[in-house]
Design a protein around this ligand. Structure first.
Ligand SMILES: C[S@@+](CC[C@H](N)C(=O)[O-])C[C@H]1O[C@@H](n2cnc3c(N)ncnc32)[C@H](O)[C@@H]1O
Length: 284
């Protein structure tokens, strides 16, 4: 089958509220993974370019980062899980002024150790070369211009038998929710002890009840659902919030999120409309 034409570019959205939430969660997951000495494999099914210029034409056009990272960058009162994330964002910049925003593979590469491995999939013809260039001298990192849904299933179980699988699709294709959940199911069947994180947008016509039904059908037991809502559901046609579905969440995660999410809801919510949810989903 020919590769689909992709028009989504993350450079228009880097550092927005959704990136802040997903990367705060990612940093918390990675910190758990490095508590144990044994090496692990990080698989990013939708890696993006690895880093983004917040002063570039794309980012300036939408100015989305102003309602995301821009709202918390200077905060002195950030709880520990948010402060740790901010530290990595700052370390991606040469000067004190944050002009660049790191992508998920950079957060991972920063926290991972020399015996850990990173497997990164990115399909876009412009983003892939940037990703490969960013990690050209990092021998832990392997970049693949492949479909992350299909390719990732061949990467599990990883030789290390410890793995964190980060799924951050752009959801631009019809049925992509279904593809993402089906892939999660396939990966979990092959590698039941892996830690999985699937990001999803909350849109007026799509809510987590729909997602919950399809995850229930997979019969995966240990699921934690996190949501951050920044505005009213029908106030605008676009994304009013986002969520992350965690399979086999580390025991440290709930505590980290109980600190981080109320803070993010208060800071990133618009007109006092920020809300958050932390729910364990038990399948029947
Ligand atoms: C939301 S962005 C990823 C952002 C990145 N994970 C981060 O946090 O910095 C989604 C990316 O997936 C890429 N993409 C879309 N469909 C894909 C597929 N089937 N396999 C691999 N990459 C894909 C897009 O080109 C885009 O760069």
């Amino acid at each position: 089958m020919p590769a689909p034409m992709l028009s989504y570019r993350h450079s228009f959205h880097a550092g927005n509220f959704a990136d802040v939430m997903k990367h705060v969660v990612l940093v918390a997951l990675l910190r758990y993974m490095i508590r144990k000495e044994a090496p692990f494999c990080y698989i990013d099914t939708h890696a993006g370019a690895g880093g983004y210029d917040l002063r570039g034409e794309h980012a300036q056009k939408t100015a989305e980062s102003e309602l995301g990272i821009g709202r918390i960058l200077a905060a002195a009162d950030a709880p520990a899980p948010v402060a740790r994330y901010l530290e990595i964002v700052r370390s991606f910049n040469e000067s004190a002024r944050v002009a660049k925003y790191p992508g998920s593979p950079w957060f991972a590469a920063t926290l991972m150790r020399k015996n850990d491995r990173l497997m990164l999939c990115e399909l876009h013809g412009s983003d892939f070369p940037q990703l490969r260039q960013l990690f050209r001298s990092d021998r832990r990192v392997h970049c693949y211009a492949e479909d992350g849904y299909r390719f990732s299933t061949g990467l599990v179980p990883p030789a290390e038998r410890r793995g964190l699988i980060f799924m951050d699709p752009s959801y631009e294709l019809k049925n992509e929710y279904a593809t993402a959940v089906a892939t999660l199911g396939k990966l979990h069947r092959r590698f039941a002890t892996g830690v999985y994180a699937l990001w999803y947008p909350l849109l007026a016509e799509r809510n987590s009840a729909v997602l919950k039904r399809s995850v229930d059908r997979l019969g995966i037991r240990d699921v934690l659902n996190l949501e951050l809502l920044v505005t009213d559901r029908d106030q605008q046609a676009g994304m009013h919030g986002c969520g992350m579905l965690l399979v086999n969440p580390p025991w440290t995660l709930r505590n980290d999120m109980e600190l981080a999410l109320p803070y993010l809801a208060a800071r990133l919510g618009r007109d006092g409309k920020g809300e958050f949810r932390i729910e364990a989903w038990a399948s029947e």
